[in-house]
Design a protein around this ligand. Structure first.
Ligand SMILES: O=C(CO)[C@H](O)[C@H](O)COP(=O)(O)O
Length: 315
């Protein structure tokens, strides 16, 4: 079997290597000339027989994925299959599938989890689309998924969109889990009573109820950089958490943990919080409580109300 792989970034390049390792021929295309196998998308398409082509798209979600799928719709032929393996919004999948369907081209959406460790450990795969296309691409899914039972690392989750929906929820869970471990870490680090924070978290990685791969990764990060001194407390997000919270609102599903984890990331980028300034100002207004003057360091040391505070409510 031979497949085309578009996008050879951190994920795509490792996936190419893992698929090749399983004996499947891969032709990769990337705009970066240092990593690409062919000079263009056209060359990638021409390297495989029409009607038998399988092209895996592994590029950033949104406009870039839209562009590649549009280009492929113009280049591929009836019987070919496209897989979007990026972190696309699940509601983008049906429009992509419809565009390709008009030309007789199949479409699958694949949620791929495993990060940069997937090359060694395999990738967890969540796939949406029709059964015939899934069956056709199965050798590639089998090459990518972790070794062992197929059901332990692969699911055909449903029709088009189901794979990316599953990946979105997976990432929402990821937000919540990371936030819980992070808060636990801060609680340990804040207490002099615990003299070995790293050792405590390491001990949790075996036997305990909270052991997990994410915990192992946090222990690894603390090993490499005790106190995480080299890392700023700024956390980006790339969309999946927002989509999960949107979905929770749409379906009226309570998701307080995932929402709080998403908002914690927003807070991490503020540096200074207008909302918390407003809370401090209100405490000062109604209770005459001291505020910390802007630009000073350390906690509020005096409980003396600021002058002019605590204006009585007007009648
Ligand atoms: O899909 C992933 C892991 O499962 C990606 O690493 C993704 O980027 C994580 O989401 P975010 O960037 O919003 O933290």
């Amino acid at each position: 079997m031979k497949i085309g792989l578009v996008g050879l970034g951190k994920m795509g390049a490792n996936m190419r290597e893992r698929i090749r390792g399983a004996g499947i021929e891969v032709v990769g295309f990337d705009r970066n000339p240092d990593v690409t196998d062919v000079p263009s998308l056209e060359a990638l398409v021409e390297s495989m027989p029409a009607g038998e082509r399988v092209v895996w798209v592994m590029v950033p979600s949104g406009e870039i994925t839209d562009g590649v799928i549009n280009d492929l719709a113009g280049l591929l032929a009836e019987g070919d299959v496209v897989i979007d393996g990026g972190n696309s919004y699940y509601q983008d999948d049906e429009p992509h599938a419809a565009l390709l369907r008009e030309r007789g081209i199949g479409f699958l959406d694949a949620g791929v989890s495993g990060g940069v460790w997937g090359l060694k450990n395999g990738y967890g795969l969540m796939v949406g689309g029709d059964a015939a296309s899934v069956e056709r691409v199965m050798p590639v899914f089998d090459a990518l998924r972790p070794e062992g039972e197929r059901a332990d690392g692969f699911v055909h989750a449903g029709k088009v969109g189901a794979g990316h929906y599953a990946k979105m929820v997976h990432n929402g869970i990821e937000y919540g889990l990371m936030q819980a471990y992070a808060e636990g870490y801060e609680l340990l680090a804040a207490k002099d009573l615990v003299t070995d924070v790293h050792g405590t978290m390491q001990a949790w990685t075996k036997g305990t109820v909270v052991r997990s791969w994410l915990l192992e990764l946090l222990v690894r990060a603390l090993q490499e950089d005790p106190g995480l001194a080299a890392i700023d407390d700024w956390v980006e997000d790339s969309g999946e958490g927002r989509w999960t919270v949107d979905e929770a609102i749409d379906l009226a599903v309570p998701a307080p943990v995932i929402s709080a984890a998403l908002f914690a990331r927003f807070a991490s980028r503020q540096g200074e919080s207008p909302a918390m300034k407003a809370v401090a100002a209100l405490r000062q207004q109604f209770g005459g409580h001291a505020v910390k003057p802007a630009g000073t360091t350390g906690p509020v040391t005096s409980t003396t109300p600021a002058a002019g505070a605590a204006v009585p409510p007007s009648a």
